[in-house]
Ligand binder design. Structure first.
Ligand code: HPA
Length: 248
């Protein structure tokens, strides 16, 4: 089988990759245990692309219980070297309203109690990987260029704040995150990005803004219906964007 040009991890509301052809399903285990579900490997405009639903295809795994290590390891085991993470998020600052797509360049980790390294096993080397730029420069550039090439509007940059969930944040928590410099808030950006760095994977985030974060934009209650409707609307250009990144 040809090499995997790109692996994609789908977030809330993205459980399959539309347009993936000749899909082969692999149910695999890893040295870190089971991933969230099967890996679907198929062809997208002539390139082999792998897809994994982060929360499981039925959205049954909450953010703090995702086996992030197994999810990345399974993609590495099938030969992927580049991972594009789709993350459904709330928007905090003005440029990041609902239905915006963004490719953040920074993050702040507010999560706790998650396994956040591959070097926990006794005897394994302790890694202190450089993480000044948490997303790989090259893959970020490819995402930004691909969006431009296929006419998909995308905000280049921004700071992703990763919260514990699964509840949404209080207004005060979001005020603090805004003061900290966060533009986006989601529950799954970490430890995934840090683990990808430890595993030597190229990794970038395509954030899909589903709602204004608490107290931002509008004062309305955030509902799951709103989140899913906005993700669906914002996702229209994503298959073309992924195909362009896979070609890059
Ligand atoms: N907060 C955290 N995670 C999210 C949000 C939010 O407002 N929207 C979608 N994922």
């Amino acid at each position: 089988m040809a090499d995997i040009a790109l692996a994609v991890i789908g977030g809330t509301g993205v459980y399959r990759l539309a347009d993936l052809q000749d899909v082969e399903t692999r149910v695999l285990d890893t040295r870190f245990g089971a991933p969230s579900g099967p890996v679907r490997i198929g062809t997208l405009e002539g390139r082999r692309v792998a897809f994994l639903a982060r929360h499981g295809e039925g959205h049954s795994v909450p953010p703090h219980q995702v086996n992030y290590r197994a999810n990345l390891q399974v993609l590495k085991d099938i030969g992927a070297t580049r991972v594009l993470a789709l993350n459904t998020v709330g928007g905090i600052t003005d440029a990041y309203g609902p239905r915006v797509l963004a490719c953040p360049d920074q993050l702040i980790d507010y999560t706790w109690g998650r396994i956040s390294t591959i070097c926990e096993e006794p005897g394994s080397d302790v890694l202190h990987v450089d993480f000044g730029d948490p997303y790989t420069h090259l893959l970020r550039r490819q995402v930004v260029d691909a969006a431009r090439a296929c006419g998909v509007e995308l905000v280049d940059g921004g700071c992703y704040g990763a919260t514990q969930g699964p509840r949404l944040e209080t207004r005060a928590e979001i005020r603090r995150m805004r003061r900290d410099g966060c533009d986006l808030v989601g529950m799954t950006g970490m430890p995934e990005a840090g683990l990808a760095r430890e595993m030597g994977l190229e990794y970038a985030c395509l954030a899909i803004v589903a709602n204004w974060a608490a107290g931002c934009g509008t004062d309305e209650e955030i509902t799951m219906d709103e989140v899913l409707a906005n993700v669906a609307a914002a996702s229209a250009g994503i298959p073309a964007l992924i195909a362009a990144v896979a070609r890059g």
